[in-house]
Design a protein around this ligand. Structure first.
Ligand code: UDP
Ligand code: MG
Length: 143
């Protein structure tokens, strides 16, 4: 998901491009204004942390771009492409390492396990918004 700062800073295309170029398949995409309830459900594991109220304000502060990506090892690979939570510690070449400077403005969210990925797709998308399709390049990506 591109967070509100990524949308406001005009980085949606850049972020989508990185996942596309890697070879993952886009199966869901939408611009969406997140409610406080959805934000709290999405980040429920972090409830109680000192930064939680600010995180909820941040994530609901403007539209986000929800994305569902599919591919071999996509969750672990996406986390690598995204980089460390703190952009100042994220390696150059990663999305956060190249494009952000602060943990509270780290421009993108990525699921941390395949199970959570499935849960989050269920939370952010309706069934009809997830589209199964075969990219023309499929045979050139995997033997
Ligand atoms: N966050 C923050 N301060 C912290 C830790 C996290 O503002 O000290 C925010 C940050 O936006 C982060 C989000 O909370 O992306 C979720 O935290 P998590 O540990 O799940 O990091 P992520 O999975 O996004 O790398
Ligand atoms: Mg996380």
């Amino acid at each position: 998901m591109v967070k509100p700062d990524g949308v406001q800073r005009g980085l949606v295309g850049e972020i989508i491009t990185r996942f596309e170029k890697k070879g993952f398949k886009l199966t869901g995409l939408k611009l969406f204004q997140c409610s406080k309830d959805l934000a709290e459900e999405h980040y429920k594991d972090l409830k109680g942390k000192s930064f939680f109220p600010k995180l909820i304000d941040y994530i609901t502060s403007g539209p986000v771009v929800c994305m569902a990506w599919e591919g071999v090892g996509v969750v672990a690979s996406a986390r690598k492409l995204i980089g460390s939570t703190d952009p100042l510690k994220a390696e150059p070449g990663t999305i956060r390492g190249d494009l952000a400077v602060q943990i509270g403005r780290n421009i993108v969210h990525g699921s941390d396990s395949p199970e959570n990925g499935k849960c989050e797709i269920g939370l952010w998308f309706n069934e009809a918004e997830i589209v199964q399709w075969t990219p023309a390049q499929a045979a050139w990506l995997r033997e």
